[in-house]
Design a protein. Structure first.
Length: 317
């Protein structure tokens, strides 16, 4: 879907995050592209930019919005938009959009993969074999089948994780702001109680101030020395200092982290721990998910600049 040519020329689009070359080529074709993937917007005001492409992590604040007086629309490339200042956007009449569900299946796959790899010890066992410890490393390991799974956040991703977990005959519990009549498993209003009744605790909730350090020292202690925590949500959801303490004191069995506070900087203690897996915020990245996000972005821009209703708007004019 191509963007219309406007009387004043092609709209200017500022991109603040790394994007696939396919997406950049499409934007160059229909828009005047300014590509600054390190997240820095122009310091001096410019009237050329009418759209910004960002994501939930990089976001867009009031100061940068003010530096773009012609800004009309902010597009989050993906589902998250927690660091986009919605209040400022509404006040300035700026549309904010995202791509809900575009990478949900891929994130759910990644979460299951981390759980399975942690339980079966793929990383430490591979290292043991490399070090010639074949026989010494052949002790029994836990598995997913029949285990108890606690999901923090029963949205699109949480539901897909639950669906996959049911294939392993796992029992499901979940925590969120409120129960859902159509959600699988038991609802826990208290996160510590969910953790206490889980072998695996997976964070799949939104980021932002409301969920910052939702998984803290008390929750990890409740998870227990045989429990694993997995974070495919946002780094801020899991208190890093609490996690380091829990690992050091053997309060939990291990952790699978796709997102970390302060990423890409990762504490050495996490990287050195044999029962911690760290992936570089790639849970939502697959050819299929990137294509879906690509399509959603182009369709959203075309709708906006073509005067049509923007289907994926979080806030509208």
């Amino acid at each position: 879907m191509s963007a219309p040519r406007t009387l004043g020329g092609r709209p200017g689009v500022l991109v603040l995050i790394p994007l696939p070359e396919e997406t950049l080529e499409a934007l160059r074709r229909d828009y005047v592209l300014r590509y600054q993937p390190d997240g820095r917007a122009p310091i001096t005001p410019t009237a050329a930019v009418r759209a910004v492409v960002t994501n939930g992590s990089t976001g867009l604040g009031d100061t940068l919005m003010a530096a773009l007086p012609a800004l009309e629309i902010v597009c989050a490339f993906g589902a998250g938009y927690e660091n986009i200042d919605l209040e400022s956007a509404v006040r300035r009449g700026i549309v904010v959009t995202h791509a809900p569900g575009a990478n949900a299946a891929t994130v759910a796959d990644h979460a299951i993969g981390l759980m399975l790899a942690l339980a079966r010890g793929f990383a430490p066992l591979t290292q043991a074999v490399r070090q010639g410890q074949w026989h010494a490393s052949r002790s029994a390991r836990p598995t997913l089948t029949g285990a108890a799974l606690g999901i923090v956040g029963m949205g699109r991703i949480g539901r897909l994780i639950a669906a996959r977990a049911q294939g392993f005959a796992m029992t499901i519990g979940y925590h969120g702001r409120s129960p859902h009549d159509d959600a699988p498993g038991r609802y826990y209003s208290e996160l510590e109680q969910l953790a206490e009744n889980s072998d695996f605790l997976v964070a799949a909730c939104n980021g932002g101030a409301a969920t910052r350090h939702l998984i803290d020292r008390n929750v990890l202690r409740a998870l227990g020395p045989r429990g694993y925590v997995v974070n495919v949500a946002r780094g801020s959801v899991l208190d890093t200092e609490a996690l380091l303490h829990a690992l050091r004191e053997q309060d939990i069995a291990g952790a699978g982290l796709d997102v970390i506070e302060g990423e890409p900087d990762v504490p050495a203690a996490l990287l050195d721990h044999p029962d911690v897996l760290v992936t570089p915020h790639v849970a939502g990245r697959s050819p299929a998910s990137l294509h879906a996000q690509h399509s959603a972005l182009l369709a959203t821009l075309a709708q906006h600049f073509g005067g049509a209703r923007v289907e994926r708007a979080v806030s509208a004019r």
